[in-house]
Design a protein around this ligand. Sequence first.
Ligand code: JCE
Length: 228
Amino acid sequence: MKIDAISIFPEFFDVLGLSLLGKAQDQKIIGFEAHDLRKWTSDRHRTVDDSPYGGGAGMVMKPEPWGDAFDEIIPKDQRPTLIFTTPAGIPFTQKLAAELAAKSHLVFACGRYEGIDQRVVEHASGQAEVLEVSIGDYVLNGGEVAAIAMIEAICRLIPGVIGNAESLSEESHNSGLLEYPSYTKPASWRGLEVPEILLSGHHAEIEKWRKDQSLSRTKVNRPDLLAE
Ligand code: JCE
């Protein structure tokens, strides 16, 4: 999979060179490239923002650099998926991550300030499959951290990125509940014991216990998931 990200802070994406995603890039499973939006400015101050029509606080990203960036990055003979990170987007979910993991080319457009001139989204729909996506109901200072979260969730679903295929198939067995709690050695630590059942070797009982833990955790932390 090819992934491009466009941002005025391309250095944010340096973290993708670490750990599993860094190895996946070395192995050519993923090709990642971060682009500086200011490359597509031509004035002396490399301006990317302007005041909002209609008034209001803050600045808005002007359309021209984005249009020129897409013209260069999006192949004329292809229709990649172009994702605008925004708190006003559709929710990013595990289901969406799995759908995006099957694509061959993703482009992330990461805004700053109060966001990007909406005509950029409209115009890009002629060049790509456009999605406006939010990672959650809170406001970040820009789209970079949201894009990095999405890229990590997407890329770990690509075959070969995570060594242990078992952990992925176990996740999907989870059927909409939160994870059960995990424990490792030592069995006794600072006066706290690992639940006895996990040391028993009774696999059916352990499975039952974990299912029950998942259910009670979900009731307390995410009752909305049980309403479905
Ligand atoms: C962003 C900003 C709107 C005021 C570009 C925030 C996504 N789930 C998300 N939370 N926050 C974002 C996000 C993504 C892109 C941008 N801002 C800041 N947005 C109103 C300020 C600018």
